[in-house]
Design a protein around this ligand. Structure first.
Ligand code: GLN
Ligand code: ZN
Length: 751
């Protein structure tokens, strides 16, 4: 049985691409050096796969920033404002990715969006009325040829035309139907150029097929591919799908002249049934994605082999479920984790071995094979993963635990009486600038250069200063500033049982930004109070209310590598109980306003609307309620969300039953306000009045204008005034000026 990898990580085992790119951006190295570093990374990655014996290896899976941007660049989908900068090719490319400010002009980057249900972000191609779609680039061709020079015969992998068009933003009067045939013609040219160079297989990635598709989408897909497939220039074409099943278009896909079709058996809940019910043509190869490209656990061979055996197809290749871009490079880099843990993990490199073993076992009476038995032994228990107490606590949760009493309206009255806040109360989202002294203090403590006492002393000094600053500015609800946190998930993970941390397990989030998600290893519980001392200290510095600051269970889960041996729901509930302990401790220590951030709530929303509630919101929203349902009516619960589309899940957000929600709204032009009004949103709201991603100080007039707009949609008694997210990336000076203006604006409208 043959093996295939949809795509390999590309940031370099030690994040070489990040470091080379940053040096290039800083002018420390030139283009030639950057290109050379990239070539080394590609070479290493290709040879690794070749040595592992993978049959179908992708080229063009490398990117300096993002593959969707690469595709836009390849077909000249480059807005004029970037061309006008008159930069080199790579200069134009990076201007689209990161914006440009310099001698040649000043332009913002293309929009950045989450890639389906992952934490990877792509750049949104812009098609306007002047866009002249044309194959002007050569990247897939060059990288195919280069791979051949390294001795690796590859399948060039390219974002397919359907997904490309569906993800693009049309900024002029043109629609998809106005440009699809032009784009198709250029893809056909690309196929012929690649054919000329001697490729035998080309991979088109079409993950958009796993979304809900309408008749128009299906017609578009068929039109594009009938055309491409009747002009194959002798190359075979693999249609690669991932992140779900293609239930809306399966029969149309298998009726087309594809030579191979890649399907996802991990996230594609209906993939096996689709084949079972509709068959799979004997003249096509099925690339069966059974090795999870998104998680880091060892593959369960029994499950995978059973899936493969059950498929009624003649020609099967064992494949990754999606690109391995979403997992780290190799376990070899983890020197501190003991083998008791490591043997349960498979990063990209280890997954290559798994593909081979599965392929090898497939033809055999595998039950008795050593590789199989060794694999099965892994699933018979893990050290320190079980906590009967936690399991019992989750089992004991009752419906009443998800309900906070009294109901919102009554609580709102009680809280207004007790807190006595002015109309349009002012607050911030939690973090204050993480200046170099703050980061140095944490690092020094981590490295053991300073004692715990010194570390705490410094943070207390920062908290006291932060409180004093907020009092001077005249804010109504104060925060402690989050100086003890590196990251809103890692910080909690480090203080919870059941988590495991890695040293070098980086995955690309966007461009040069990589993240290192912690791993949920076992049952989760709280070791000891986490934030209580900091919040208590902050409160002791002032007579004003201080808001406690926590991260919610859904966000903690979504930004970790989750377990596969228990359900996501079960994991979220465990985390919810741990955070609930913290909420109750804060309350017991006199903190009567507590914010529980759910920045990543939207992220794992299923790709199909029909699954939104049953597969996710039906347990994610109650889990949030579980965290705060036991607090007194007097305690005010806040939550915060940012940078995603909320408009279509407003009722679910209201059902979180928080007392106040703050969220980012400044970039979406306050569109969300209409939706709040339409849905009779009950929760009090603080739509951010300015964008914290820019050092720009908003004027009082500007903030008043934003608030005036908000007042036309939100009752005065429910409106809060705050920035749109935490201030940790900002400097001290602009923060103070901005908040002074924010308070002045609130006072002005109170008047
Ligand atoms: N409380 C966090 C902060 O202020 C929230 C961060 C976020 O929403 N991403 O930084
Ligand atoms: Zn935020």
């Amino acid at each position: 049985m043959n093996t295939s990898v949809t795509g390999y990580p590309r940031i370099g085992k030690d994040r070489e691409l990040k470091f080379a790119s940053e040096k290039y951006f800083a002018g420390e190295i030139g283009e030639a050096e950057l290109l050379a570093a990239a070539k080394e990374i590609r070479k290493g990655d290709l040879l690794k796969q070749k040595e592992a014996g993978i049959t179908y290896i992708s080229s063009n899976d490398f990117s300096f920033y993002d593959n969707v941007l690469d595709t836009a660049f390849l077909f000249n989908v480059i807005p004029q404002r970037y061309k006008d900068l008159d930069l080199s090719d790579i200069g134009t490319y990076f201007a689209m990715a990161r914006g440009y400010q310099g001698e040649n002009g000043n332009v913002k980057a293309l929009a950045l969006k989450k890639w389906f249900n992952t934490n990877y972000h792509y750049l949104v191609p812009e098609i306007d009325d002047d866009t002249k779609i044309e194959l002007t680039g050569t990247k897939p061709v060059d990288e195919f040829v280069e791979a051949k020079e390294f001795g690796v015969d590859t399948k060039p992998a390219i974002v397919g035309p359907f997904t490309f068009l569906k993800l693009a933003k049309f900024t002029g009067s043109k629609k998809i139907s106005d440009v699809s045939s032009a784009l198709t013609a250029e893809y056909i040219k690309l196929v012929s150029v690649i054919a000329e160079k001697g490729a035998s297989l080309i991979e088109f990635d079409e993950p958009y097929l796993v979304r809900d598709l309408g008749a128009e989408d299906i017609a578009l897909f068929k039109e594009i591919y009938s055309s491409i497939l009747s002009n194959k220039s002798g190359v075979k074409v693999l249609l690669q799908t991932y992140f779900g099943d293609i239930r809306d278009i399966y029969n149309d896909v298998i009726a087309l002249d594809f030579d191979a079709v890649g399907l996802d058996f991990i996230e594609g809940r209906k993939t096996a049934a689709l084949i079972e019910q509709n068959g799979f043509p004997s003249d096509k190869i099925l690339f069966a994605g059974v090795v999870n490209g998104k998680n880091i656990w060892r593959n369960n061979y029994k499950k995978s082999l059973e899936i493969l055996k059950g498929i009624k197809a003649e020609n099967i290749v064992v494949s990754t479920s999606c690109s391995l871009l979403h997992v780290p490079y190799t376990l070899e880099s983890e020197t501190k984790l003991s083998d008791d843990y490591k043997k349960h993990f498979a990063f990209a490199e280890e997954k290559l071995g798994e593909l081979n073993e599965i392929a090898d076992l497939f033809g055999k009476d595998y039950e008795n094979e050593v590789a199989f038995r060794k694999n099965q032994a892994l699933f018979e228990g893990r050290v320190n993963s079980e906590d009967k107490g936690v399991q019992a606590a989750v089992a004991a949760i009752t419906d009443a635990d998800y309900v906070r009493l009294p109901a919102f309206a009554e609580r709102e009255k009680i809280q207004k009486d007790i807190l006595k806040l002015p109309l349009f109360p002012t607050t911030t989202i939690g973090s204050f600038p993480q200046t170099s002294d703050v980061r140095k203090n944490r690092l020094d403590f981590r490295k053991g250069n300073i004692t715990k006492e010194q570390y705490v002393e410094f943070n207390k000094k920062k908290i006291a200063e932060c409180i004093k600053l907020q009092e001077e500015i005249g804010l109504d609800v104060l925060v402690h500033g989050e100086f003890e946190r590196n990251d809103m998930v890692e910080y909690f993970g480090e203080n919870l049982n059941g988590y495991v941390f890695t040293e070098k397990a980086w995955v690309q989030s966007y461009g040069t930004r990589n993240v290192k998600p912690p791993i949920i290893w076992g049952d989760v519980s709280r070791k000891a109070p986490i934030t209580v001392e900091w919040s208590k200290f902050a409160k002791s510095c002032t007579d004003k209310p201080v808001k406690g600051m926590l991260t919610g269970p859904v966000t903690i889960l979504n930004w970790s590598f989750p377990r596969e041996d228990i359900s996501i729901k079960e994991s979220i509930l465990q985390i919810a109980l741990a955070i609930r302990d913290e909420v109750l401790d804060l309350e017991a220590n006199g903190i009567n306003i507590i914010q529980i951030d759910e920045a990543a709530l939207r992220e794992k929303l299923p790709l199909r609307k029909s699954d939104w509630y049953s597969e996710y919101l039906d347990f994610a929203i109650p889990a949030f309620r579980l965290v705060h349902s036991k607090v007194k009516p007097e305690t005010q619960i806040h939550t915060h969300m940012c940078y995603s589309e909320f408009t279509d899940i407003i009722p679910a957000i209201d059902a979180m039953d928080a007392d106040v929600i703050t969220f980012e709204a400044s970039r979406s032009d306050l569109q969300i306000l209409d939706s709040l009004k339409e849905n009779n949103f009950k929760t009090e709201v603080g739509p951010g009045v300015y964008d914290i991603h820019s050092p720009r100080v908003p004027s009082v007039e500007e903030i008043v204008a934003a608030l005036t707009k908000m007042r036309s949609r939100i009752e005065d008694s429910k409106l809060w005034v705050n920035p749109d997210c935490g201030l940790k990336t900002r400097g001290d000076e602009e923060t103070k000026k901005s908040l002074v203006n924010l308070v002045a604006a609130a006072k002005q409208i109170r008047g």
